[in-house]
Design a protein around this ligand. Structure first.
Ligand code: CA2
Length: 150
């Protein structure tokens, strides 16, 4: 079964515990269960990883790239958290690994502070889902599967 990697970056382990007005009350465990359920519906295996460390996220993208080359991985659904707005290294990792990435943000970053308006991930992404709450993960997985033609 083809695999989709759902990658969450810094502080997303706090989902549902703080700032419910911005991010809702769904926990990361709930989001990951929703993603796995979506995978079952679409006939793909969903593997989830969250890390607060940039290097761990870079390693996961490289690993996904190897999976894409081997034909076992369709791509990555990636919420890079605040690294979205700071990380040239993650941009380079996505480009270097040649992995299809769907960038996702729970909140509408463009309706928030100016420092959230720029993304280093977007120019390297195959698609972007922004502002649909945690349902955005479902849309991103669907988009990734559809673009793969599987
Ligand atoms: O809207 C999104 O999904 C973000 O990627 C979330 C990041 C933020 O830095 C981006 O600008 C937009 C923050 C993730 C931290 O999530 C928290 C959840 C609950 C409490 C505190 C932080």
């Amino acid at each position: 079964m083809p695999k989709v990697i759902v990658l969450n970056g810094p502080n997303l382990n706090l989902l549902g515990q703080r700032e419910p007005a911005v991010y809702g009350s769904t926990t990361l465990a709930d989001v990951e269960a929703l993603c796995r359920k979506t995978g079952e519906r679409l006939g793909v295996e969903v593997e989830c990883l969250q890390s607060n460390h940039e290097g761990v996220l870079i390693d996961a993208i490289h690993e996904a790239g190897r999976g894409v080359k081997a034909g076992t991985v369709l791509g990555v659904v990636f919420n890079a958290g605040a690294y979205t707005h700071t990380s040239v290294a993650l941009h380079d990792a996505i480009k270097g690994a040649e992995v299809p990435v769907i960038e996702i943000h729970i909140s509408n970053v463009h309706a928030r502070e100016a420092f959230r308006h720029h993304s280093f991930i977007s120019p390297a992404a195959a698609g972007i889902v922004v502002g649909f709450g945690v349902e955005g993960y479902v849309l991103a997985i669907e988009g990734l599967v559809r673009r793969s033609g599987k």
